[in-house]
Design a protein around this ligand. Structure first.
Ligand code: PMP
Length: 465
């Protein structure tokens, strides 16, 4: 009769951390490190407070998503209003907020698009990949099924999106995945896979797509999927002209270009979408995370009307046979519409560009700090690649990387790390602060990193830097 009451009182006696250990299975954490998670109790603007009341500046916006910070009342109100007006309806039919956000996304992209709504970046990419294959089939080119992506890229945690991911450790024990996925070397100028230097580079990493398509047979290739810059895989920023060259090669071979804007979208790059920093027009654009500023799950797959129109025929196999129960949830759409409205109202692009300038100054200063091998940025996100030896670029040992992060945390700043997902690539600190950080907070983030790096370098003084 009183099982629940007993359980509750028993739980009261346990600390949060003990309760966590009893039942929580943490995302992407090795067992040892999942034993002491930071348990966040509340958050305000760019600051997280753990259960013990410690404050931390969140230099990662959660997982690259809380772009408007943690205290945006208008977003919570939009969700509440929608929930009490009309909490749910599937998108085999329609609802007002789904129409509103679809119009807005199309408008932000420029040119007419149709938008398929889902819940996560993974789903947005799965949708895009299905659309690409079916598009070719509908045009009588059903032999085109292969998809080319890049090593080090991340596109999602399941099925084809994981197959497109180019990080081997994320796949181990889960293979075989969806067949038909090929990978090409990333544009990684600090460690150029083609052995080129700044002045000898001919964008071999872009031309490589051309070779792969030719060797595979153009008529077997459906799509290329890529981010404007590789973010989670270590912030790998291509040289100018790369994206344009890939577009050109896709056109030459009749291959669709899918641009994954899950991280780079919604002003993270300084523009509405990351690819708008270049001269390219993607065929399909996927987005999630920042679309609601992280307040509710929503994702979108935006398809250019030239592609969409091919699906207009009559018959069972002409339409996209794809749905998800919660995709385009009305409250999530309402929050997304409000997010975009706030960004426009506040001219967020201007603020982001000012922050980029300040961040880039601080990043340049980091070049002289011990352990720093390379600094890279795109818009208001950055990667700091750490090495134990600048001359031979030996990646910093994972344990030492852990020390750097711990020292940043001790100084009240949470920075990211290019996860333990690429054997040679877990040595990049990542930054993606909310757009509402103050100049002083941004300085604090960099002060913490600089100081943490000096301390760790001192700890390992016997190494030659
Ligand atoms: N694409 C990119 C570029 C991402 O960074 C992520 C998530 N980090 C995804 C896709 C997958 O998104 P989700 O976790 O929402 O499925």
């Amino acid at each position: 009769c009183c099982g629940l009451a007993e359980l509750l009182s028993e739980n009261k006696a346990l600390t949060w951390i003990e309760r966590d250990r009893e039942h929580m299975w943490h995302h992407m954490q090795p067992f040892a490190s999942s034993q002491n998670p930071m348990i966040v109790a509340r958050a305000e603007r760019a600051t997280l407070y753990d259960v013990e009341g410690n404050a931390y500046l969140d230099a990662m916006s959660g997982l690259w998503c809380m772009n408007l910070g943690y205290s945006e009342r208008a977003l919570a109100d939009a969700a509440y209003e929608q929930m009490v007006t009309m909490p749910y309806y599937p998108l085999s039919q329609s609802h007002l907020k789904a129409i509103e956000i679809s119009e807005k996304i199309s408008d932000w992209l420029g040119g007419k698009h149709h938008i398929f709504l889902s819940n996560s970046g993974t789903e947005a990419n799965e949708t895009a990949l299905k659309i690409a294959r079916q598009y070719h089939a509908l045009r009588g080119e059903g032999t085109r099924y292969k998809v080319i992506s890049r090593y080090r890229a991340y596109h999602g945690n399941a099925g084809s999106a994981l197959a497109a991911t180019g990080q081997s450790i994320r796949k181990q024990n889960y293979e075989p995945l969806t067949p038909g996925f090929l990978h090409v070397p990333p544009p990684y100028c600090y460690r150029c896979p083609f052995g080129q230097k700044e002045d000898s580079c001919q964008l071999e990493c872009a031309s490589y797509y051309d070779q792969v398509m030719t060797w595979e047979g153009s008529d077997t290739v459906a799509a290329v999927i890529l981010e404007p810059v590789i973010t989670g895989g270590g912030v790998l920023v291509p040289k100018p002209g790369y994206l344009e060259k890939v577009r050109e090669i896709c056109d030459k071979h009749g291959v669709l270009m899918i641009v994954d804007e899950v991280i780079c979208g919604f002003y993270r790059s300084g523009e509405r979408f990351g690819h708008q920093n270049f001269h390219v027009k993607p065929d399909i654009v996927t987005m999630a995370k920042g679309i609601t500023s992280g307040y509710l799950p929503l994702a979108a797959t935006a398809v250019r009307d030239e592609i969409f129109n091919v699906f207009k025929g009559q018959g069972e196999f002409t339409h996209l046979r794809h749905l998800n129960t919660f995709g385009g949830n009305p409250s999530a759409c309402a929050v997304a519409a409000k997010t975009l409205e706030l960004m426009e109202e506040r001219q967020i692009g201007t603020r982001v560009r000012a922050l980029m300038e300040r961040m880039n100054e601080r990043l340049e200063r980091l070049r002289d700090v011990p352990l720093v091998g390379d600094v890279r940025s795109f818009g208001f996100l950055a990667g700091v690649e750490l090495v134990s030896n600048r001359a031979d670029k030996t990646p910093l040992d994972p344990t030492v990387m852990g020390r750097v992060l711990a020292h940043c945390k001790q100084r009240g700043v949470i920075v990211g790390r290019n996860g333990d997902t690429v054997p040679e690539g877990n040595n990049v600190l990542t930054l993606s602060p909310p757009f509402i950080v103050t100049d002083e907070e941004l300085d604090r983030i960099f002060d913490a990193i600089e100081s943490a790096l000096h301390t760790v370098a001192d700890e390992y003084r016997e190494w030659a830097f």
